[in-house]
Design a protein around this ligand. Structure first.
Ligand code: FES
Length: 621
């Protein structure tokens, strides 16, 4: 196969690629961002490009689902389907350009009792003499035991290799950094006090880091970035598939996340005037697939029922074994995993929100790329994972996009004249609708009486915004003059259907879990996750994303998983608590529940076919 010349417009980026690569693959190699919400599986229709020159593989059946006859004649193709066979010039329209996602990963910074695994001790040693010829390490051990009642300690090799020099450099006055009262990680001359730790949340889409001072517990800096694995697949399943389908797939994904973390470490330490070498511990949460890929463990079994993980329990390993650029002896603590699709991120959420210490019956919905549910109180705790599909992330929605610049994130529709008010991320012209926007949009279409409880557009509505194209209705949210893509941004019947499928999965899951616990009402609902935090609680309830609850007790919280990682970083006892929760919580495999299908069908209605929402009416009066 010979190399071909490819030019991408309008950026003008160009380079050589091997014949037979898809346009999407070529764009990745040449550093051009094309939107690919499904990771190249031809199921999202977001990677549309226009062919200007060249020869490509024939138009596929899959492409026909997304591209109409006239567009096809105009040279529109799906980048993940069209393979390049000759030198080519390809145009990427504005709506297909990958945007930098707005990363929203704030945490609540709840006070945590400081009890870290890393402690530093300043000690003065008696220098050797003819009367005391003990070795440097034994001398240090004894001093620590006498002065601080520490048990006999191990010493990590990098610390041992420098010990002799440091003791003499410090004139026998040194600071010793000890992990878990068990192992010496470092010895520095004189009184050296900087000790930092980094809490990391590896999300499918974003990675967030929280740098803390382990002497004071203070949060020194936060930093987020896109998970670099995104280019190999947008969701967990497409990453697992990538790892399976490519001989070096696992290594590529593992290396991508490690490189990303090293970049994040660099950025967060630079921004806070600390050094990567001051980071003595890293705590990590992430869903099960991210956990495995971070550790370089084959995630294949996670993609096949019954989805067993390689390991459930928490782990401590050296950062150097993962080639993390932090202190050479630093420890990496990874939180335990509950079940195949309920991972260490969920354990982090539980630690942050502590439903197991409350009398109130709490439902926690962690809406990310996957939906995770926890329900319970101090007596019972159930967890489940919900396949909500990618609709709430923008895929399978005609004008869906990520939460990036130009995404409509809030929508209001007047029930009187059906006029629309919307808010756009970055205050720019809109180019699509993100997850919280589509939830708002469908809830508002219902509230304004434009769609009925089955989600269908009402034929009797008269408004220029509601139009029927080939008998298919759509509602205009933004007219083309207002948008940056030169097209009307609409919500279609199919979009509404996809949102209904996602919300019904969450509702049915919550309802089945409530039944299992024998309860009929919820005291509290918490919407967590980077995305959940931006969902408008009332709109989510109008839509029927969760069973009725007093809206005063429905909260959106920030990144609770990341908060959990921070908690175990600052307090080692919480690690024991994490292992206890994993034993206590019962995982419900929703797909095995006989009633799931019936509950799901009933939950497709807005807000629900049977269940009443007294608090919704109360609130609106
Ligand atoms: S359809 Fe091409 S990336 Fe989704």
């Amino acid at each position: 196969m010979k190399p071909l010349k490819v030019i991408f417009q309008p950026s003008g980026k160009r380079g050589e690629i091997q014949e037979g690569k898809t346009v999407l693959e070529a764009s990745r190699e040449l550093g051009v961002g094309i939107e690919s919400l499904c990771g190249g599986k031809q199921t999202c229709g977001k990677c549309r490009v226009k062919i200007l020159e060249g020869e490509f593989s024939p138009f596929s059946q899959e492409e026909g689902k997304w591209i109409g006859e006239s567009e096809r004649e105009g040279g529109i193709r799906l980048a993940c389907s069209a393979r390049i066979l000759k030198d080519a010039v390809i145009f990427i329209p504005e709506e297909s350009l990958a945007q930098i996602q707005i990363i929203r990963k704030r945490i609540s910074e709840r006070p945590v009792e400081l009890n870290p695994t890393i402690k530093s001790y300043f000690v003065k040693l008696t220098p050797p003499s003819f009367y005391d010829l003990s070795g440097d390490f034994e001398r240090l051990q004894k001093t620590l035991s006498d002065a601080h009642s520490l048990p006999p300690l191990h010493i990590d090799y990098p610390a041992l290799s420098k010990l002799t020099k440091v003791l003499r450099e410090g004139d026998w006055e040194v600071t010793v950094f000890v992990w878990m009262d068990r192992e010496i990680l470092d010895v520095k001359p004189k009184n050296n006090v900087k000790v930092s730790g980094l809490a990391i949340d590896i999300g499918t889409t974003t990675i967030a880091g929280y740098l803390c001072d382990l002497k004071t517990g203070e949060l020194i800096a936060t930093q987020s970035m896109m998970n670099p694995q995104v280019i190999y697949g947008e969701d967990v399943i497409s990453r697992i598939t990538f790892a399976m389908d490519h001989p070096d797939g696992l290594q590529i994904l593992h290396q991508a996340v490690i490189n990303g973390l090293n970049q994040l470490i660099q950025l967060i330490t630079e921004s806070s005037n600390t050094s990567p070498e001051d980071i003595y511990e890293l705590t990590v949460v992430g869903n099960t697939a991210m956990h495995h890929l971070f550790l370089g463990i084959d995630p294949q079994p996670l993609g096949v029922s019954p989805f067993p993980p390689a390991i459930h329990q928490s782990m401590d390993i050296k950062g150097r074994d993962l080639r993390l650029k932090i202190h050479p002896s630093a420890n990496v603590h990874i939180l335990p995993i509950e079940a195949g699709f309920v991972g260490a991120d969920n354990v982090g959420v539980l630690l942050a929100l502590e439903p197991y210490n409350q009398d109130d019956m709490v439902l926690i919905i962690d809406v990310g790329t996957n939906g995770e549910l926890v329900i319970g109180n101090r007596n019972h705790l159930l967890s489940a994972s919900c396949a909500i599909g990618p609709a709430l992330e923008g895929a399978h929605i005609q004008f869906g996009m990520r939460a990036a610049q130009g995404a409509i994130e809030r929508i209001e529709i007047s029930p009187k004249n059906f006029e629309v008010n919307y808010e756009v991320i970055g205050n720019s012209k809109p180019r699509g609708i993100c997850g919280s926007g589509i939830i708002d949009g469908v809830a508002e279409l219902y509230r304004a009486g434009i769609i009925d409880s089955s989600g269908r557009f009402k034929k009797e509505i008269r408004s220029p915004r509601l139009r029927w194209i080939n008998e298919k209705p759509e509602f205009v949210i933004a007219w083309k003059e207002e948008t940056s893509i030169g097209k009307d941004i609409v919500i279609t019947q199919k979009d509404i259907r996809n949102v209904q499928l996602a919300k019904a999965a969450l509702y049915a899951g919550a309802k089945l879990m409530m039944k299992k616990l024998g309860i009929e009402k919820l005291d509290k609902v918490i919407l967590a996750g980077a995305f959940g935090a931006y969902i408008h609680p009332e709109k989510a309830m109008i839509l029927g994303m969760f069973p009725d609850c007093d809206l005063k007790n429905v909260f959106s919280v920030g990144n609770a998983a990341g908060e959990g990682a921070r908690i175990v970083l600052l307090n080692k006892e919480k690690r024991l608590e994490a292992n206890e929760i994993v034993k206590k919580i019962k995982y419900v495999e929703l797909t095995l529940e006989i009633d799931f299908q019936r509950e799901f069908v009933e939950a497709m209605d807005i807000p629900h076919m049977r269940d009443s929402f007294p608090h919704l009416h109360l609130y609106r009066q």
